[in-house]
Design a protein around this ligand. Sequence first.
Ligand code: ATP
Length: 327
Amino acid sequence: MTETETVPADPGNRAADAAIHVEEVSKRYGTRQALDGVSLQVGRGEFFGLLGPNGAGKTTLVEIMEGLRQTDSGTVSVLGTAPWPRNVALLPRLGVQTQSSAFFVRQKAHEHLATVAALYGADRGAVDRTLQTVALVDQRDTRVENLSGGQRQRLAIASALVHEPELIFLDEPTAALDPQARRDLWDVLHGLKEAGRTIVYTTHHLDEAEALCDRVAILVEGRIAALDSPRGLVGAAGAATSLLLPPERMTVAEAEAIPGVDRAVLRGGSLVLETQVSGKVLSALDALGGLDGVQTRTATLEDVYLRLTSDAGHRTTQNTENTENQA
Ligand SMILES: Nc1ncnc2c1ncn2[C@@H]1O[C@H](COP(=O)(O)OP(=O)(O)OP(=O)(O)O)[C@@H](O)[C@H]1O
């Protein structure tokens, strides 16, 4: 798959509308090639996910887009201008999620946000508007140090939004949150998406990327291993459907003998049958003793991600080629 192939499918990604153009960008730290010929575009109004294992180069790429780092080669354009050398005119047009360590912890939530707003010269109503956007109105007068982890993350996002930037960078905002706080934050992020904000979103949560992102780029060892909508990636990868059976139903060998089953494994207390033709296999199972206890799990972005990132060196190339052939 190539970037060019995905462009026509997404009107928000037309070159003229692009918020970010990255072209053949490389960056090396000593002997470590952090980015190796990365090209992508982020359309205006797009919720764009950046995925990849630790050390894949996500932070480096984001810092280059934010104007915090210089590339070794390649070109970068953000909102129609070069972010490097540090471009002070660009800064107020960008929203960067602050890390909790940068908070004014003794201040109340609204005071903290007012301080950030003042730095950007945002109008007086911006603070309350933004607290509403991130659902922190009830915590307005709570001291930052007394906010829960999820509330702090929402305040961090508020700090990136308060000056109404054209482009927002969110770096793992749901990391270290409990499942409920994570879901609550999803609501906030959905709201931003609905409002048509342009967002570059780094995450390790594949379910989140699948639910929120219009398109995702999967970085592996400094290269883009895949770039498309989550649905497009799952479809193009031809990822198998899994049928989960009680393990006592049959042996692995018997399962693999069923026409249409590509692979059978015992996993997580189930006998898992992988197939591209689930209807056919379900019919066969039905004839072999019924469908009681049989569960179907369709392929997810996580399946695609794990295929691309496992055994990165060899398999990344292989899978990217496979995706290209099917795109
Ligand atoms: N300032 C630096 N000096 C030397 N090496 C660096 C520096 N910053 C990053 N690296 C290396 O470059 C590679 C890419 O790092 P980067 O932080 O961009 O990856 P990442 O995808 O953001 O990882 P994570 O998910 O862990 O945040 C890694 O091997 C990292 O160790």
